[in-house]
Design a protein around this ligand. Structure first.
Ligand SMILES: Nc1ncnc2c1ncn2[C@@H]1O[C@H](COP(=O)(O)OP(=O)(O)OP(=O)(O)O)[C@@H](O)[C@H]1O
Ligand SMILES: [Mg+2]
Length: 545
């Protein structure tokens, strides 16, 4: 059992948790949900001991081993893939190392001989002899083949690294497993495999995710962070949604009624405070107002940001021309001899399973990556802003949110900057926060604020939805539908592609398919289906976003 007793934590004025009490039990899988910035990642860090609390305590039944999905993707760069996975079980890895040292000696002393025997016993008991084959099985489930096992981690693509780290967390059947957004960098097949794996586990699993489908498949319980509390519901995500909607409506009504009453009282007091004949009534109303204490009525952390992108100038007809563009990664061609003419009003969705091609092409047109052959030209009126997939380089500084955003603004006025932060749900106090402590979703909201004030008429977005909560995804989705410039984007969210794109580009192994139609039309088109068959040859590739 993993129990949380009376845990409270605040960062400055921001209260994340107040007197949280929960017992997590073996055999259950808890989906930890809540708005961006509500404290999900922080809560997992509290459970693993990485984050201290202001008060309260965490206790774990004796002998239980806890494993965590590593958040620092570079932490194991020095290791081979197979060793990185085995390191997920530190005790086993230590024994392995010590054994190897002893065995490599030309002669062992008596003491060393005894030590080896001890180690062998421990090694067998915790499944050491099967460890390499277990690690390889986990990796293969996540799409990493045996020929990659000895490769050094630093040489891997980000998405592959994440899969190795997922295997590391699962390795050795931990008693408690903490996973923070494990599906973010996984393809659909690996997600399916992970779902099956988690369903078979008998451990305590606590998983943070914004992916409704995933939560519905794996969770036996939902732990919802809101109002500074964590409420545990029995059942999966859909069940939680139904139960919580009812409660939310009741709470909102209560708050609304209280606010309306407060307003009425305030008006009365203002009008009659100076009026001697009504002073008694005014005083009693003041007392009632004090008692109402709106602050103690909780306010939900689920809010909708406001996304609206306004181009500084209108686009001329031609926005971007690509001529014979080619790019290879290692020896594999991502695309070759690619021609494209993007026009004003095009909203181009990149689709297909080749994510590297999508990212590389965006990096190239944004001027952040060189190309192998061909050339590209931006139209004279085009001004783009780029939202890259990996945004960590933007947030390594120690600047406050408002100083950070000011770097990207011609208008330096504080109120102007705060206005944009406010639209993205960062309040007065929060704009003083350092960007280095932002949560995943908060970082995305900051980059969207930067994009909104850029005045760009071309938006390039590589997976902007992957860390966002549902409220923010909806706002961004609407903002991009309303935007009247050109958009070039990729997203794993099918709804997003369906509603925004009016032109689809699919990267296939033998070239690019480019059609002016919506994604739904693309999926239904006979002409596209024939062309896909031809381009994928024998590999019957299902279309992915
Ligand atoms: N060391 C810190 N100092 C101040 N504030 C912090 C610190 N660490 C985290 N925060 C703030 O605490 C809040 C919770 O952060 P956390 O990363 O736990 O959110 P989250 O629920 O995981 O969000 P997301 O869904 O975006 O990943 C955020 O507003 C974050 O900026
Ligand atoms: Mg988080």
């Amino acid at each position: 059992m993993l129990s949380v007793s009376d845990v409270s934590l605040s960062f400055g004025k921001r209260l994340l948790f107040k007197n949280v009490n929960i017992k997590f039990l073996s055999g259950n899988c808890y989906g930890l949900i809540g708005a961006n910035g509500s404290g999900k990642s922080t809560f997992l860090k509290i459970l693993s001991g990485e984050q201290e609390v202001d008060s309260g305590s965490i206790s774990i039944s004796s002998g239980m081993r806890l494993a965590v999905l590593a958040q620092n993707r570079d932490a194991y760069n020095e290791h081979s893939v197979i060793h990185a996975v085995i390191r997920g079980y530190p005790r086993l890895y230590e024994i392995m190392q010590e054994r190897e040292i002893l065995y490599s000696k030309p002669r062992m002393t008596d003491d060393e001989g005894i030590r080896v025997a001890e180690l062998e016993g421990d090694f067998a008991r915790i499944g050491g002899y099967e460890s390499e084959s277990e690690a390889a099985t986990l990796l293969s489930g996540l799409g990493i083949s045996d020929d990659m096992l000895q490769k050094q981690m630093s040489k891997l693509d980000e998405d592959v690294k994440v899969r190795v780290l997922v295997a590391q967390a699962l390795f050795g059947n931990p008693d408690i497993l903490l996973l923070d957004e494990p599906t973010n960098h996984l393809d659909i097949e690996s997600i399916g495999w992970l779902e099956d794996f988690l369903l078979k586990m008998r451990s305590i699993v606590i998983v943070v995710s914004h992916d409704r489908h995933f939560l519905n498949r794996v969770c036996s319980h939902i732990a919802d962070i809101d109002f500074g509390k964590i409420s545990v519901y029995y059942g999966n995500y859909s069940f939680w949604q139904q139960a919580s909607q009812l409660i939310a409506v009741q709470q909102k009504d209560r708050r609304k009624r209280a606010e309306a009453r407060a307003e009425e009282l305030r008006r009365f007091i203002q009008r009659f405070a100076a009026n001697a004949s009504k002073s008694k009534q005014a005083t009693s109303r003041m007392r009632e107002l004090d008692k109402l204490d709106l602050e103690s009525l909780p306010r939900s952390s689920r809010r909708f940001p406001y996304c609206s992108f306004n181009p500084e100038r209108k686009l001329g007809k031609t926005v971007l021309e690509l001529k014979g563009l080619s790019k290879r990664l290692d020896s594999q061609a991502l695309f070759s001899s690619w021609n494209l003419s993007a026009q004003a009003g095009d909203k181009i969705g990149f689709v297909g399973s080749n994510n590297l091609a999508k990212t590389a092409s965006m990096d190239i047109i944004a001027g952040e990556l060189g190309l192998d052959e061909g050339k590209f030209t931006w139209g004279a009126t085009a001004k783009f802003d780029y939202f890259p997939k990996d945004n960590s380089r933007f947030f390594s500084s120690d600047l406050s949110l408002s100083d950070w955003l000011r770097q990207y603004s011609a208008e330096q006025d504080e109120a102007y900057i705060r206005g944009f932060l406010g639209r993205m749900l960062f309040t007065q106090d929060e704009s003083l926060k350092r960007v280095s402590v932002l949560s995943g979703g908060e970082r995305v909201r900051c980059l969207l604020a930067k994009m909104m004030l850029s005045g760009a008429n071309v938006l390039i977005l590589d997976n902007p939805t992957s860390h966002l909560d549902l409220e923010s995804i909806t706002s961004l989705n609407n903002g991009l539908i309303d935007f009247d410039g050109t958009i070039i984007f990729a997203s794993h969210d099918q709804q997003f592609i369906n509603t925004i794109a009016n032109r689809i580009i699919e990267f296939t192994p033998s070239g690019v398919i480019d059609r002016r139609m919506t994604f739904e039309e693309y999926l239904q088109s006979k002409d596209v289906a024939d062309l896909r068959n031809e381009m994928y040859g024998d590999r019957h590739e299902r279309l992915r976003v």
